[in-house]
Design a protein around this ligand. Structure first.
Ligand code: KG4
Ligand code: ZN
Length: 371
């Protein structure tokens, strides 16, 4: 089954064609992030206008025969035409209303003129399904793995604990099977990505967010006990599976002010801050995920969302899992499929999507992650 998937919930316009929920026949992403840089954050009106001008070129490109260079540098041409598409999937929420409407109305128009069924998709739940995509690295790993799915995709053993960490969400789910999801907890204020982004702004990185913090943390010369900056790990030892990151942002703000007042603000301090912000956020994410895994006797742990591309988070998760358990498998999508794209929208639609009449499909900016 070939699904044409459309994603336009925020500042990325994306379209992908996904075969049987796992195989990426094409995936195109246009981003207006750079455009928002000068305003210090995403301006919804600007994002919506960019969605409007990008949507048709992006869909056209995803449907155009394209060339793909495989590991042996042989060129493979893969023609995709609308008649080979079986259904159209589209993100209906959560997200910015102006941005969502562009994708939703375009998908409805396509459904109307082609007569194909339409599948509305929850963006946050869909992030997790990036873990089911058959990408080059993961295919190679699957070839060596003991645990293989017939389509050569690594399938996690269930029950799985799934952490979704993006710019607007930090959520933990129990995945009993590919179709059965149970929400376990989430942030009561800021999301982990928001904590990265707000801290990045306070450290002078503009809107480059988590990526800037990750790069600068690598330059830190005093990553251990000598580090001058100490930040809180909110709710890390609390019994719930909830998160809270707004106190961390306030602590960064206070520390930055103190250091600036003492005239000791310099590049080394900025790299220590970056290191400590990254450690604080990832410590909490790892601790809570492990707590959920223990409570639910998980056989695998998967992460997804933009923050899941953070190399320190991936490294720490792997370390802690291998230290604490010999049975839990760890899965994380390739970095390019952690941040927003349409490939995971198509994958989710295949596994969990329900077709709806196009008349009934609407954009829902505050769509809940609890079903
Ligand atoms: O999933 P995503 O692309 O969009 C949303 O659905 O929100 O996530 C964007 C978030 C931003 O907060 C960004 O700063 C964060 O993911 N992010 C990172 C990294 N790459 C993106 N955070 C930490 N480390 C990274 N390498
Ligand atoms: Zn997202």
């Amino acid at each position: 089954m070939n699904i044409l998937a459309i994603e336009s919930s925020c500042d990325e316009t994306a379209c992908a064609v996904i075969k049987d929920g796992t195989e990426i026949l094409s995936s195109v992403v246009a981003s207006s992030t750079a455009m928002h840089e000068k305003w210090g954050g995403i301006v919804p009106e600007v994002a919506a206008r960019e969605q409007l001008s990008s949507i048709l070129p992006v869909i056209t490109e995803a449907l155009t025969p394209f060339s793909q260079i495989n590991a042996l540098s042989a060129i493979r041409y893969q023609p995709i035409i609308i008649k080979n598409i079986d259904a159209i999937a589209v993100t209906v929420g959560p997200g910015l209303i102006g941005s969502l409407l562009i994708g939703v109305e375009t998908a409805k128009t396509l459904a109307l003129v082609t007569g194909k069924p339409i599948i509305p998709v929850n963006h946050v739940l869909a992030h997790m399904y990036a873990n089911f995509l058959k990408t080059e690295n993961r295919k190679r790993k699957a070839d060596n793995a003991k645990f293989r799915h017939p389509s050569s995709v690594i399938r996690p053993p269930f029950p799985a604990i799934s952490l979704v960490v993006s710019g607007g969400h930090t959520e933990l789910f129990l995945m009993k099977s590919e179709k059965e999801l149970q929400w376990l907890g989430g942030t009561i204020d800021d999301a982990a990505g928001e904590a990265f982004d707000k801290s990045a702004r306070l450290l002078g990185f503009g809107s480059r967010g988590g990526v800037a913090i990750q790069e600068t943390a690598r330059k830190c010369q005093m990553p251990n006990a000598k580090c001058q900056i100490k930040l809180p790990r909110p709710l890390m030892y609390d019994r719930s599976l909830n998160f809270s990151f707004s106190g961390l942002k306030t602590a960064v703000m206070r520390e930055v002010q103190t250091i600036k007042n003492n005239n000791t603000w310099n590049d080394e301090i900025i790299s220590q801050f970056s290191h400590e912000v990254q450690e604080a956020i990832t410590d909490v994410l790892v601790a809570k995920t492990m707590k959920a895994a223990e409570l639910h006797d998980a056989k695998s742990i998967m992460i997804s969302g933009g923050v899941a591309s953070n190399s320190r988070l991936r490294e720490k998760m792997k370390e802690v899992i291998s230290r604490q358990s010999s049975v839990i498998r760890f899965l994380a999508p390739e970095a390019q499929y952690c941040t927003d794209n349409a490939a995971f929208i198509g994958s989710y639609a295949f596994s969990r999507g329900k077709q709806e009449d196009w008349h009934d499909v609407t954009a829902i900016p505050d769509l809940s992650v609890e079903e």
